[in-house]
Every structure is written in structure tokens, then in C-alpha cells.
Ligand binder design. Structure first.
Ligand SMILES: Nc1ncnc2c1ncn2[C@@H]1O[C@H](COP(=O)(O)OP(=O)(O)OP(=O)(O)O)[C@@H](O)[C@H]1O
Ligand SMILES: [Mg+2]
Length: 330
């Protein structure tokens, strides 16, 4: 649905993005994650035809964004970083106006305005001047205008920025629901948001892609091992020695001393990609110890992000663990 091939963008002599390639399939929700100045908005502006790339090509629904711009843009709904709202218009006037720009008219236009107002929960503010809306509701109006023409591709640049925690939950839910019908790219700084909304994430750093994968896979790839935590009631030394014998287990560490409740917690590491949980459980049960908890633990997305974007050899880290390989396949 969206295809970027070797996109580079220079602002003057400054390379904002360098040699970026990826594809987004129909119906997919892709997250764009990166620190300030990484090149997220620039890449989105290129996809939506707002700025031309210096090199490379980009197409949306098979239409080149430069040579077949209008056809490509008909497929796209865009929520820019700064939403261009006309504050002296009411919500309904503004949405109608945006609909007209998108070539909607008459009854159909009215129906679409009603429909996006409903989807974005703006009913109460239908006749309110935009100047009187809070930041969160302005953001919703921004999302509403981006879907007015029923585009199949949606590009949302930091849709939840500046929204309070209560509204954020609703807005995320709204975005997730949009994912069903649209192909979506969402940029964000908020790491948990990526796992909540996105099926796949591109981590971008200094204008380059440093990782592409499902949020949950990024964790295991980077860590290099599988980690499992268990709580078991029984004799510590024997438990450790039994678990160490489970095939694939590399280390067993007790995390705390025996708790009041009579069990200890252990952290077990195994080779990457190995599923050891059932063997661990069998070993414990065979020994007639009580298994109280068994859980695979991932590296938090925060840890991953910091490792990819703050270490000097960020890309090298990726290469060692096969991440570079993943991004080339995209
Ligand atoms: N119009 C412009 N002229 C010159 N430099 C620009 C322009 N727009 C962006 N840049 C530079 O390009 C780089 C990438 O900017 P971009 O806005 O794409 O980052 P971003 O990942 O969206 O960051 P943020 O998280 O802060 O929104 C930055 O170093 C920025 O200063
Ligand atoms: Mg940005």
C-alpha cells in the first residue's frame, strides 16, 4: 500500500533522512518511533507529498507521490504535527470545508461530517468555535478532518501529543479502531503507545532506520536470550540444579530469598528463540514442588529504545543481533 525506496532528504546540506526503504501492507498499523529530530515528520511529509525527497521514490496505492501526486493523495488522510485548524470556524463548518477540499459535496458531505463527528466523539462541540476547544479536542478535530474523505491510508504525526491521560486512552482506542479499515502510520515518542497500537514498529535514529520488527520481537532480538521468571516453593539448591538440567537453559538465578509465603523467585535465561516454559514446568511438577508463577519477561521497549538510540554503536548492536538484516528485508 505504501512503498518507500531509498528515500533521502536534504534540507540544505543537512541530511534529515538517509536511504530509507520500507513497505506497509494494506490494513497494517505501523509505528514510527524515534527521538526528537530523528526524521519521523520528514518521512511522513514525503509520503504525503508535502515535501519532495532529494533522492528515492515513494508510492501510495501504486501511485508515485511525485509523478502521480493527486491520485496518490486521494488515498491519504494526514494529521500533521501542527494541525492546521481555522480557529474562527465552528467544528462543523471546518469539517465541511475540509470535506469540500476533498471533493465531497451535498448529502454525502453532510453524512460524512456527521459520521466523523461521531467517530471522534465531537457531537457536543458540533457548533463550537475551534478557538474555544481544548488541545485534546482540537487534536480530535484534526483526526476527524484526516478521515473525512474515507482515505485508505492514514498518516498520523504524534496524534496523542498534548492530550491528558484520560483522553489519551480514548484517542488510542479511536486510532486502533481506525486501523481496521485503514493502512496506518503513527509516529510517537511514547513507547508503551507503540505496543498498544502498532503491529510493527520502525525505530528511526538520526535519519536512518535502526530496527524494524514487531514490538514483542524487538525485545528478544536485542536481548539475545529468552528470560523466564518463576516463583517456586521448595528447596532452593535442588530447584536450581534441576532447572539447570532443562535443555537450552543457560543460567538460573535466585532473585530473592525465601519469602514469607514460603517461595522463592528465580530468573532463568535460555538460548534465543527457545521455548523452555513447558519443560521448566514439567521439571518442577515432577519434583513435587509448588509452581506459583511462570512468566516470560521481555526487555521493556524503553530499554530497547535507549540501546538503539543512545549507544554510540547503536547500529552495530542491531547488526550483531540480526536487526539490520530485518530492515533490509522490508
Ligand atoms: N524545513 C526544514 N528546514 C531545515 N531543517 C529541517 C526542516 N524540517 C526539519 N529539519 C531538520 O530535519 C531533522 C529531522 O526533523 P523531523 O522534524 O523530521 O524530526 P522528527 O523525528 O519528526 O522530530 P520530533 O520528534 O521532534 O517531531 C531535524 O534535525 C530538523 O531540524
Ligand atoms: Mg516530528
Amino acid at each position: 500500500m505504501i512503498e518507500l525506496d531509498s528515500i533521502t532528504k536534504y534540507y540544505g546540506n543537512y541530511p534529515a533522512v538517509t536511504d530509507i526503504s520500507f513497505r506497509v501492507e494494506k490494513g497494517e498499523i505501523l509505528g514510527f518511533l524515534g527521538p526528537n529530530g530523528a526524521g519521523k515528520s520528514t518521512t511522513m511529509k514525503i509520503i504525503t507529498g508535502f515535501v519532495p525527497p532529494t533522492e528515492g521514490t515513494c508510492s501510495v496505492a501504486g501511485n508515485d507521490i511525485l509523478t502521480n501526486s493527486l491520485a496518490a493523495r486521494r488515498h491519504i488522510g494526514y494529521l500533521p504535527e501542527t494541525v492546521p485548524l481555522y480557529t474562527d470556524m465552528t467544528v462543523s463548518d471546518y469539517l465541511e470545508f475540509m470535506g469540500r477540499i476533498r471533493e465531497l459535496k451535498g448529502e454525502h458531505l453532510r453524512k460524512r461530517v456527521d459520521s466523523v463527528v461521531q467517530i471522534c466523539r465531537l457531537e457536543e462541540y458540533f457548533d463550537t468555535f475551534i478557538s474555544k476547544l481544548s488541545k485534546g479536542f482540537r487534536q480530535r478535530v484534526g483526526i476527524a478532518q484526516s478521515i473525512i474523505h474515507e482515505p485508505d491510508v492514514l498518516i498520523l504525526d504524534e496524534p496523542t501529543i498534548g492530550i491528558d491521560p484520560i483522553q489519551v486512552v480514548e484517542t488510542r482506542e479511536l486510532i486502533k479502531n481506525l486501523g481496521g479499515e485503514h493502512t496506518l502510520i503513527v509516529s510517537t515518542h511514547i513507547l508503551p503507545e507503540v505496543s498498544m497500537i502498532c503491529e510493527r514498529v520502525i525505530i528511526i535514529h538520526e535519519g536512518q532506520i535502526v530496527a524494524v520488527d514487531k514490538p514483542e520481537n524487538l525485545a528478544t532480538r536485542l536481548r539475545g536470550t529468552e528470560r523466564v521468571e518463576i516463583d517456586v516453593a521448595g528447596p532452593t539448591r535442588e530447584i536450581v540444579s534441576a532447572l539447570e538440567k532443562v535443555p537450552g537453559v543457560e543460567s538460573v538465578n535466585r532473585k530473592n530469598s525465601l519469602s514469607d509465603k514460603g517461595y522463592s523467585s528465580f530468573e532463568i535465561e535460555a538460548e534465543r528463540g527457545l521455548e523452555i516454559r513447558s519443560e521448566l514446568a514439567i521439571s518442577i511438577v515432577k519434583n513435587k514442588w509448588d509452581l506459583l508463577r511462570l512468566e516470560a519477561v521481555g526487555m521493556s521497549l524503553e530499554e530497547i529504545f535507549l540501546r538503539l538510540t543512545t549507544t554510540e554503536d547503536a547500529t552495530q548492536d542491531g547488526e550483531n543481533l540480526g536487526i539490520e538484516e530485518v530492515s533490509n528485508n522490508e
